[in-house]
Design a protein around this ligand. Structure first.
Ligand code: C2O
Ligand code: CU
Length: 471
């Protein structure tokens, strides 16, 4: 594991005498001191036949540099803002102190143009995380600001390769430029689903593997709105972590890997095909919009005859176990959005048509317990007592999917539609199907004001957001 980092490091050392950093793109940081510059850049998002797209990018690359540290390490990340607008960086899923959470006005002043802010925190848990701005997120993430944040286990599982795929989705014009933000139609429907999907910033085509190989594949969905539903051409990769958090290894019932926005899934992927074979990875999440993501292509060699017999379960992270029997329970209802051409009527709010149109014009489309919040600072929707266990009983009364994210914590998904879940998976972003009821449980152990929002960024920016206070 971490082969890529080692190879790169030894390559760097081999580049005798020269400034190694000039020879290879700086991608993997071994050190704890990291510099990120948010800046304008160009990226060939639509491939070589099209002009490069103007992007906003960390250190000029899309996605930004992969940050790779060890569990328990302390990291200092200096973020310099070379954009023309304010920004912040949120380290999605990492349970860090509130002041390092990167929410503008709520946890810090935004980083103004030409300013620098230093994020400094310990990384308590291993896993696959990511970073992105929390200021004008729909646009800043949609223009390219995001990157992988990998925290290696102290004792990693044995695999042949550890691979990260940052899945992104772009809405490109005919000349391959990023277009169309803050669109009311997107806000009221699926969000800003794009027309071009990239893997690690490139149009994917093939992925070369060897028969018998075992790969740890870390999937990160950094798209604004697109949800992925991936099939692996007859292969049965095992899920070993959701949102960075270990789960009992399993294959999903239909073999399809569903990845809502902002979610991560770690797979142990045994390449059981034969030399020379070729399989398609297909994304068929949206009905009628199925497409081939890329082909898995087997080389001529055989790496090993039989599947590796090494354990694949990850050791647990450091979250305290919620006491579900004694937990306080809070109901959270989600409303809003379009439904058959009309904004979905909220039973509790009893709005008439006129009021609904007015509300929509003001940009408020989605409601959490009857409230639509447009900024990041508001009265907490809930105040939780530090150290206590809580159940959030969420009820999606809308006709749409919503990946709901809570900052500063991970929660166990304990129930769906009244039935206990099989794996009680830890997550920080839970995907709710239309009309679904989802129950999560956690210990409110991290003090501060934490965002709780839909990670379809167009839903977030049109109201689907609140603050949960742990005091
Ligand atoms: Cu990925 Cu509130 O963030
Ligand atoms: Cu949503």
């Amino acid at each position: 594991m971490c082969d890529s980092a080692l190879t790169r490091r030894s390559l760097l050392q081999a580049a005798a005498g020269l400034s190694a950093a000039m020879l290879l793109p700086v991608k993997v940081y071994a050190a704890r001191e990291i510099n990120l510059i948010a800046q304008r850049a160009k990226a060939p998002l639509a491939g070589a036949q099209y002009p490069e797209a103007a992007v906003w990018a960390y250190n000029g690359t899309v996605p930004g540099p992969e940050i790779r540290v060890r569990q328990g390490e302390r990291v200092r990340i200096a973020v310099e803002n070379q954009l023309a607008e304010e920004t912040t960086v949120h380290f999605h899923g990492i349970r860090l102190p509130n002041a390092m959470d990167g929410v503008p006005h709520l946890t810090q002043d935004p980083i103004g143009p030409r300013e620098t802010f230093v994020y400094d925190f310990n990384v308590p848990d291993a896993g696959t995380y990511w970073y992105h701005p929390h200021q004008n997120s729909a646009e800043q993430v949609g223009r390219g600001l995001s990157g992988a944040f990998i925290v290696e286990e102290r004792e990693p599982i044995h695999v042949d390769r550890d691979i990260v795929w940052v899945l992104s989705d772009w809405r490109l014009s005919q000349v391959a430029q990023i277009v169309d933000f803050h669109n009311m139609h997107d806000m009221a429907h699926n969000g800003r689903v794009g027309n071009t999907v990239t893997v690690n910033g490139k149009l994917p085509d093939t992925f070369a593997v060897l028969s018998g190989e075992r790969i740890r594949l870390r999937l990160i969905n950094s798209a604004n709105a697109r949800i992925f539903g991936l099939t692996f051409g007859g292969h049965k990769p095992m899920v070993i972590a959701y949102d960075g958090q270990p789960v009992e290894p399993h294959t999903p019932p239909d073999g399809r890997i569903i990845l809502g926005t902002a979610m991560r899934i770690d797979l142990v992927f045994d390449l059981t095909g034969k030399p020379g074979e070729r399989f398609q990875i297909v994304d068929n999440f949206y009905r009628g919009l199925q497409y081939r993501l890329l082909d898995i292509v087997y080389g001529e060699q055989v790496l090993r005859e039989n599947v590796l017999e090494a354990p694949i379960a990850l050791s647990r992270n450091t979250m305290p176990e919620p006491n579900v029997a004694k937990a306080d329970r809070h109901d959270i209802v989600f409303n809003g959005g379009m439904m058959g051409g009309m904004m979905m009527r909220d039973r509790g709010m009893g709005m008439d048509m006129m009021n609904m149109m007015e509300t929509m014009r003001s940009g408020k489309i989605w409601f959490i317990n009857g409230q639509a919040h447009l900024g990041t600072v508001h009265e907490p929707m809930l105040t939780l007592q530090r150290g206590r266990s809580y159940i959030l009983a969420m009820n999606n009364e809308t006709a749409w999917w919503h990946p709901m994210h809570l900052h500063g914590h991970a929660f166990r998904v304990i129930g769906r539609n009244g039935k206990p879940t099989q794996y009680r998976e830890w997550q920080d972003t839970v995907l709710m199907a239309p009309r679904e009821k989802v129950e999560v449980a956690f210990v409110a152990d991290n003090p501060g004001d934490w965002m709780f929002h839909c990670h379809i960024l167009e839903h977030q920016e049109s109201g689907m957001m609140g603050v949960i206070r742990v005091a």
